[in-house]
Design a protein. Sequence first.
Length: 390
Amino acid sequence: MQFKPAVTVLVTAIALASLLSGCSKKEEAAPAPPPPQVGVVTLKTQAYTLTSELPGRTTAFRIAEVRPQVNGIILKRLFTEGGDVKAGQQLYQIDPAIYQATLDSAKATYESSNSLAGRYKQLINEQAVSRQEYDTAVGSAREAKAAVQTAEINLRYTKVYAPISGRIGRSLVTEGALVSNGQADAMATIQQLDPIYVDVIQSSAEMLKLRRELESGKLQKAGDNAAKVKLVLEDGSLYPVEGKLEFSEVSVDQTTGSVTLRAVFANPDHTLLPGMFVHARLQSGVAENAILVPQQGVTRDLKGTPTALVVNADNKVESRTLVANRTIGSDWLVEKGLSAGDRVITEGLQYVKPGAEVKVAEATNVNAANPAPNPATAPATDKAAGSKGE
């Protein structure tokens, strides 16, 4: 009877060991979980026309300040403020009374001097007058004729005409106001709005980069349409008429490090007004082998460097560091880090990490595999995305 407790303890230990062994076998027999499924986009190269969206402002094609050329009192204003005027249209009438009187006096003086010169011409042959008297009479007649012409010009200047066609602003003088030749203030200002200029700013660094890419062959010239420009208005709508690039400044602004490009647009409806803030889309060149990656597949690390997760041939996840400096619609234009045939994960990124084995399926969170956007509706805009990995 003394050995019963020992036997009981032994039996209990054996039973417990058997139970633990059974549990261990069950755990070893449990199957491994399946690899997570991710959605991928298979990249491919394609030709794409790169465009640069640059800020700018509209400027009148021509501006003319209307100023008086004679002194006098304004009798009438003959235009509607804010309306359109034609070149040669009368805008103001200055009191012509004094100038009409001056003209009449000059004409009378001329007639007298000319008559005297005519009589002296007949008398000089008879030696009734001296050559000097005759020459003096002729000179006086010519001076009187010039005085008549001056008086006619001054009388004509009492009618102030529009020097150019365009839209005239508010009048800065009213009836009864005294104006003078050479005054500092203009009477009104006319601006020609059709066509109209758009001045845009481009950084000299970006211009140099595009030039190097064209020279190295990374970009091809956009062809005959390279000089055409499209315009995005302040409300985001696209201006329906294409413009043409006129010229670029020959020097760089020292304060901003940029150059000014000028484009001209037809503006028959006067939709564009001087001073409006707009964005101009200029065709920079054609990338023959562009790699476009959906934005869903590009993330950033703690340093802000753009990265992407790629599924390799063994269905394992790899991390790639990218160089992507601009967006094109809903895609990133990748310069380095990815190539054609790479499978970029755009769906299920939160469930995987580099080195993990995954199950691959076509992504459903993009419209199409690596779609090619329309340059007219999805321009390439410069956005800094880091430069690591170069």
